[in-house]
Design a protein. Structure first.
Length: 127
């Protein structure tokens, strides 16, 4: 099966030994993605909604790198540093996906990459 790895400028450390996105045949996996902009800076420190929105924008770029779009996403996993923030993250999720409604999991994690408040990973399948 054909495997394609890709990374973008939003990756915090390209030498980390992982790909931001892997496409294996029709299956696509996007690594945990944070609210870091193209300059490597955390957007809106302290604002989980803004960081989630940026993370979804970064995910969309990653999906495009391997020929996919948000409509192909079937599962999301969202890690928040505080469960009280899950409502704001869910709002960003709903705005990004609209009527697509992928399955999702929300988990509280003590510490996330680059001191961000939310980290999101997705799985997608091309039809």
């Amino acid at each position: 099966m054909d495997r394609r790895n890709s990374s973008s400028s939003t990756d915090p450390d390209p030498a980390s030994g992982y790909a931001q996105v892997v496409r294996l045949g029709s299956h696509i996996y996007v690594s945990g993605t944070t609210g870091i902009n193209g300059r490597g800076q955390v957007v809106a420190p302290g604002d989980v909604y803004a960081q989630a929105t940026q993370a979804f924008q970064n995910i969309e770029l990653a999906l495009r790198q391997v020929g996919a779009e948000r409509k192909h996403v079937i599962r999301t996993r969202m890690f928040v540093s505080a469960m009280k923030d899950s409502e704001a993250v869910a709002r960003a999720h709903a705005e990004f996906f609209g009527k697509l409604h992928p399955t999702t999991t929300v988990v509280q994690a003590d510490s996330l990459a680059a001191d961000t408040l939310v980290e999101i990973e997705v799985e997608a399948v091309l039809s």
